[in-house]
Design a protein around this ligand. Structure first.
Ligand SMILES: C[S@@+](CC[C@H](N)C(=O)[O-])C[C@H]1O[C@@H](n2cnc3c(N)ncnc32)[C@H](O)[C@@H]1O
Length: 259
């Protein structure tokens, strides 16, 4: 299936922040409820070792993704674990909640952090969940290049793939939104209003999810990006699928080779 970079509401600067936040809260709820990232813990552990730190710099964190579930498993394996949540449009209410519920390991950055150009002082294993497809090919390449230039390991994860199966599967997302909304935290009356009375939220999540499927890079496309990196020979790359919880996760994992 050809890659189509249609617009996602979430990416539009004028899109109301509270609706964007309701969208990323939904993703956070689903990822933790269904333990999407259970299978990637060993990979994160290796990434941390390769970074020479116990810090994860999570880029494009949205509502915090699957971290609340992941932190328990990772904390027992990584002493001094620190997870820094960042985003270009930070969902601060969600970051505060994750910090409160998830405890010590979490910190967050209140100002926008652009995944295309991560500040040098943010050292550690870079992670990106469900966000690599937001970037056009030259920007996606820039994200990988930035990690190589700074010598920082990077792990990118997507739970959808660009094919008919995922397009079909995704057509049920409005039902998931209708069924899960009352259980999503932080509780907001607005979330109920824009789901059940004015159903903007199920429609926006449906559209953005559909476009996400059409934008997702294949394993071959990600491999081609890593081959085109300047200085890419300084990095080892692992690009594959892994069974994880009820789903399959697509990942690209790169780290500096040992000298
Ligand atoms: C689909 S959400 C994924 C959120 C979260 N990682 C998760 O797994 O639920 C994509 C996120 O990418 C963020 N984003 C878009 N462009 C960005 C950029 N240039 N730099 C950093 N984050 C960006 C959006 O604000 C949004 O929170």
């Amino acid at each position: 299936m050809k890659r189509l970079h249609l617009f996602e509401f979430e990416d539009l600067p004028w899109f109301p922040a509270f609706l964007r936040d309701y969208g990323t809260d939904f993703l956070q709820f689903m990822a933790n409820q269904f333990d999407f990232y259970k299978g990637i813990v060993p990979l994160l552990k290796i990434g941390l070792e390769k970074s020479g730190t116990s810090t994860i710099i999570d880029l494009a964190s949205g509502g915090g993704g699957g971290w609340l579930k992941l932190v328990g498993r990772l904390r027992e394996r990584v002493p001094g674990l620190k997870i820094v949540l960042t985003d270009y449009y930070p969902n601060l209410k969600a970051f505060e909640r994750i910090k409160k519920v998830g405890g010590d390991p979490f910190t967050y950055i209140s100002e926008p952090v652009n995944a295309l150009d991560v500040p040098e002082e943010l050292a550690g294993l870079r992670t990106q969940f469900l966000s690599f497809h937001h970037f056009k090919p030259e920007q996606a390449q820039q994200i990988l290049q930035n990690a190589v230039d700074r010598g920082m390991p990077i792990a990118i994860f997507e739970v959808q793939e660009r094919n008919w199966k995922y397009l079909l599967q995704h057509s049920f997302s409005p039902i998931s939104v209708l069924l899960t909304t009352p259980f999503i935290r932080p509780f907001k009356w607005g979330r109920l209003l824009f789901t059940y009375l004015l159903p903007i939220l199920p429609l926006f999540i449906y559209w953005d999810g559909l476009v996400s499927v059409l934008r997702t890079y294949t394993l071959e496309e990600m491999e081609a990006m890593t081959r085109a990196l300047k200085g890419g020979e300084r990095f080892s790359w692992e690009i594959n699928r892994i069974k994880s919880g009820p789903t399959q996760v697509l990942y690209a994992f790169g780290y500096p080779r040992e000298e």
